[in-house]
Design a protein around this ligand. Structure first.
Ligand code: UD1
Ligand code: CA
Length: 508
């Protein structure tokens, strides 16, 4: 493809966007990981124009700050008052006095534009040697748009704004998308001749077309294949429409690249996500930011994964993950929250109702159920019993817990950080561990059980519990040899209180 690059792309983004009814500037509204403005700039980027200039006006501080994040090389021109699209382009050209070649003008609120369409427009402009080429669309309902008036040879004679059109012109169903390529010199001259003699008293960029034609120049039009590409976003309902179109495009792209998306209608994948072939995405799943999913990884159903890495063959169900690294063959969920800094090694597991933060979990280690793991390092092959809490916060500062290899933490252990559990050590269920446990030791930190016989009969006499107890005691008296015997322990040592046996963890 022989394509002369445009000398400049001018993006019109000064408008207020009142119909958004939002305190956020229109072009800063986000979907699928990019702002409206960001989507437009992304479509224009492959044209490799020498200059990109964005016209800002309303909310200019916020828009300018956003641009310095996403497009630091773009120029910014402030249009203090929105005196029309022609005025906006005129002051942009004033900033580029030496510009020659072609100028492309796009709107900041048409996020579904594709680079292919912009290429096609630029190419048609060069081939026909036109002084201007307008991107148009055929609409069933052209209400509100500028209409394209063509001559018998198909060239464009004028663009007439809806408000300024007569009955005949209002019947035209070919509309101006607001996207154009111009010869820079011709545009500059024509803009100096545009008046404000119209229903809005503005300098219309569209009037440039009539001025050019009157001077004997040729103007052409390219009709867009898919009219959705030029759909402007003016309110939050249209924003949602644009999002769903873009979502379908992205999902189709990944499916064609070998990713299984079980239900594309409920799967939302941001523009910055990277997936490998043979990844599987289950329904109701959002993949956001810089998330990546390797071959064989299964994500969802019901998961939101932000800026996280999912390794090969890992499974992640009903999970929220944010800045987490999930290793190969690891298993997460259901109902799991992995917060920033969580790193699960190969084959590691974080199960139901587990929350982890800033925690490095070694290969094959498991946190199967109901635990909080904050500010921790866990070695390989260790098991964290159900309902363990890494007590990382003393009310002022956060502290770290270090757990070695092949450790067994008993259920309901409180690990009061800073604390270290050595390789191969155990803790007894229900312990509050405040001191380090050396390698191979058993840490026990709990009170002995006390059993107060007949307390219920004395304190809750006549209750259902008391009656049940009486029946059991009666039955025991009638069958004194059966194995209700443990209740009869006289020394208050029923149950193990000394941790001399098992840690009573969970190990599934
Ligand atoms: C414009 C076109 C119309 C076309 C339609 C397509 C004109 C006069 N009309 O109409 O033919 O069918 O777009 O959507 O151009 N803007 C500025 N500064 C201004 C005015 C506008 O930056 O002073 C920006 C807006 O923020 C917006 C774009 O230019 O991104 C279009 O302006 P808008 O007021 O929406 O023009 P329309 O009336 O929709
Ligand atoms: Ca508009």
């Amino acid at each position: 493809m022989t394509l002369s690059r445009p000398a400049a792309v001018i993006v019109l983004a000064a408008g207020e966007g009142t119909r958004m009814k939002s305190s956020t500037a229109k072009v800063l509204h986000m979907f699928l990981g990019r702002s409206l403005l960001g989507h437009v700039l992304t479509a224009a980027e492959p044209l490799e124009a020498d200059h990109t200039v964005v016209i800002v006006g309303h909310a200019r501080e916020a828009v300018t700050a956003h641009l310095s994040d996403i497009a630091p090389t773009a120029g910014v021109v402030v249009q203090a008052e929105q005196n029309g699209t022609g005025h906006a382009v005129r002051i942009a050209l004033d900033e580029l006095p030496d510009l020659s070649g072609t100028v492309m003008v796009v709107c900041g609120d048409t996020p579904l534009l594709t680079a292919e369409t912009l290429h096609r427009l630029a190419l048609a402009h060069d081939e026909h040697e036109s002084s201007a080429t307008v991107l148009t669309a055929q609409l069933a309902n052209p209400t509100g748009y500028g209409r394209i008036v063509r001559s018998s040879d198909g060239s464009v004679l004028a663009i007439v704004e809806h408000r300024d059109a007569d009955a005949q012109t209002l019947k035209v169903d070919e509309i101006n998308s607001g996207i154009y390529v111009f010869d820079a010199a011709a545009l500059r001259t024509a803009l100096s001749q545009v008046s404000t003699d119209n229903s809005q008293g503005e300098e219309y960029l569209t009037d440039v077309i009539g001025v050019l034609v009157d001077s004997g120049a040729r103007v052409d039009a390219v009709v867009v294949d898919d009219m959705r590409e030029v759909m402007g976003v003016n309110d939050l309902a249209q924003l949602a429409e644009a999002r769903s179109v873009m979502r379908d495009r992205i999902n189709s792209g990944w499916m064609r690249a070998g990713v299984s998306i079980i239900d594309p209608a409920t799967t939302v994948i941001g523009v910055g996500v990277v997936l490998e072939a043979d990844a599987i995405i289950h329904p109701w799943t959002l993949l956001e930011g810089t998330t990546s999913g390797a071959a064989g990884a299964e994500v969802g159903p019901g998961s939101q994964i932000i800026d996280s890495t999912i390794g090969p063959n890992a499974t992640v169900r009903f999970t929220t993950a944010d800045h987490a690294v999930i290793g190969p063959d690891a298993s997460v969920g259901p109902y799991t929250y992995l917060r920033p800094g969580t790193e699960l090694g190969a084959g590691a597991r974080a199960g139901a109702f587990v929350e982890a933060k800033n925690a490095q979990v070694g290969q094959g280690s498991k946190i199967p159920h109901l635990s909080y793991v904050g500010d921790a390092e866990i070695g390989v092959g260790s098991n964290i019993g159900a309902a363990t809490v890494f007590v990382n916060y003393d009310g002022v500062a956060k502290h770290r817990t270090v757990i070695g290899d092949h450790v067994r933490i008993g259920s309901d252990t409180m690990l009061v950080a800073p604390v270290t559990i050595g390789d191969g050590a155990y803790t007894a269920a229900g312990s509050v561990i405040t001191d380090d446990v050396p390698a191979g030791a058993m840490g026990v930190g709990r009170a002995r059980q006390r059993t107060i016989r007949d307390w219920v009969l004395r304190k809750r006499g006549g209750s259902a519990s008391a009656r049940a107890a009486e029946r059991a005691q009666q039955a025991a008296r009638e069958q004194p040899t059966d194995d209700t015997a443990p209740l009869a322990g006289e020394d208050g040592r029923v149950g193990r209180g000394d941790g001399r046996d098992e840690p009573e963890g969970t190990g599934s």
